[in-house]
Design a protein around this ligand. Sequence first.
Ligand code: DGJ
Length: 741
Amino acid sequence: MNIVYHENTRTFHLYNDRISYIMTILRNGHLGQLYFGKQIRDKEDFSYFLEMSERPMSSGIYENDRSFSLEHIRQEYPVFGTTDYRQPAVEVRQENGSRISNFCYKGHVITDGKPVLPGLPATYTEADEEAKTLTVMLEDAVTGVQVELYYTIFARGGVLARSVRISNGGTQAVRLSRAMSLCLDLPDREYVWQQLSGCWARECHIRTRNLEPGITAIGSMRGNSSHEHNPFVVLRRPNADERQGEVIGISLVYSGNFRLQAEVDAHDTLRLLAGVDPETFEWKLESGESFQTPEAVMVYTDRGLNHMSQTFHKLYQRRLARGYWRDRVRPILNNNWEATYFDFTEERLVEIASKAKECGVELFVLDDGWFGARSSDRAGLGDWQANRDRLPNGITGLAERIEAMGMRFGLWFEPEMTNKDSDFYRAHPDWILATPERSQSHGRYQHVLDFSRKEVVDAIYEQMAAILREAKISYIKWDMNRSITECYSAGWPADRQGEIYHRYILGVYDLYDRLTTEFPQVLFESCSSGGGRFDPGMLYYAPQGWVSDDSDAVERLKIQYGTSLCYPISSMGTHVSVSPNHQVFRDTPLHTRANVAYFGTFGYELDLNKLSGEENEEVKEQIAFMKKYRQVLQYGAFYRLKSPFEGNETVWMAVSEDQKTALVGWYRVLNGVNGTYTRVRLEGLNPSYCYRNVYSGTTHFGDELMCAGLITSDETAGQVPAGVKPYTDFESRIYVLEAED
Ligand code: DGJ
């Protein structure tokens, strides 16, 4: 890995053994983009790739010179209004009403390692040799506004992390109406755009679009990154697939309003922008003040989508997630939500927990409904003290009983919300986000606390910390069940209201930071009605997140498959729930529910007392299986082999780091009669290891399984021999492959 600056040609080349990123200082002092892709050898002069030529009808910067128009030049941090008509990366509104800036090169520094982004989640290094960072300083001479562009190249993987810091070095206040984290100008548009979209209980479905002239965009203006669009996109070459071809993945380490967009211009070049949503953002910079954008992470590979995902998985697992739980297998939990909803007493919880313990569960989680006057979703949020009618011994007493059973205890919070029917709201009616003289819309009868104000965050922190200090709590599920409306803060002046969405998220990060610092061994699971805020920003504080409120195994195939495009298996909260399922009312076999949930953190979302004795025995086996293999399942290399978006079957697999163990998950939605022969070519095995297929009892070398494939055909459905259990719909299997010594 290296970052080279060629003085003569004023060219920067950032490279490692996989990628090159090349920029040059343009004739007008702006920073121009030359190349991003597979690593190429370093040399002094790459100006050939600038491709500047006279174009008819273009606007020119220099009098009587038609060859220099920003309209045709690929740039690193472009502005609008001076010969470039595409959407800009930054816009600075000045006191005289002007929006034009002219950011010219002032200097640069190259440092080892990676700087911390104050108050924001970001990837990090643990040793200086892991990365190098280039900071390029630009300045607009008229306003004195300075821009620092940060580029961190990691030694391992085709990864570049980028962010921007904008400072007002002038004397007059300015307003940022746009401050994107990343602009990537690519020379052609021969890409397919893929996004992870959906809605509540249907998150992260893979959607694909061709890029045409104009803008292709996703984003959120809801205050949370949203169920609708994950802050992640893929640009893949049309011939690229899971196994091969050029792919670029862009991921924004942010949990609030965002925009990711690709603009194809009339000459078929492509501008990619990623950052805070400009529509809902404005930031005042007084003289001397700075604004730090969130981080955007770019991954390039020429080895297909799966390799891109593995690059993100490793980075996000080891250098975005942090703390005690980062590298540890996750406890198998039993959450009471779908077992009881709001209808529980301490005794009922203990009954559920006892059975869970008997089956081998390690962590019992008490979900919503334990506090204040919370007997339904109409009251109580904000009052984080145990409801003594339900829990006579408080949280401390219940936690002690659970611990005494030999299990850990976990607790649900929704820190960012309040119900009007709560003591907290009654004491602080002006602490919710609400616009003066306008109606206050609710979502699930609740209102969003104004986390842009420190005193609000302080008050919630004090309540949460008090419980955590007193009771033995090992896990927190941090929920967030509505998006923001009427976004306005009574704590900030009129000219700062454009900052509230971002300040809100900074408040959320601040609370996470304080709690994870004071209680470093508590495992945090983020949640936002399932996957409404399942994003890299959350992963920095909470190493796992509840992927979706849809716990049906069949639905989860698509959701988890899509989520795996960017996020590691260790980050996905996955539970076995009751059948018929509570969201789609579908009956699925118990083993299929577990076979899907194994590829995640794993747990149960039901009352195990309600299962038959036979089913309880099966649950015990599932838990024993998960304990044996969770290191491989959660931390192994993950391969997508057959997509649920393309057919009736899904196949994925995880391979241990030493390649000695592999687990293949095979899932079929509908059964057929007299089916076809099916096999799937595996990946990631060691070609010369001999693997025992625990399912079939046969042995095969890795090369056989990767070249000829693993046979997944059924015995003929519809003609089941006596004594053999017939297969049916929603069938699945886990093939365990163990390398023989
Ligand atoms: C939404 C979450 O996603 C559920 O798992 C559950 O915690 C409920 N909220 C509780 O209100």
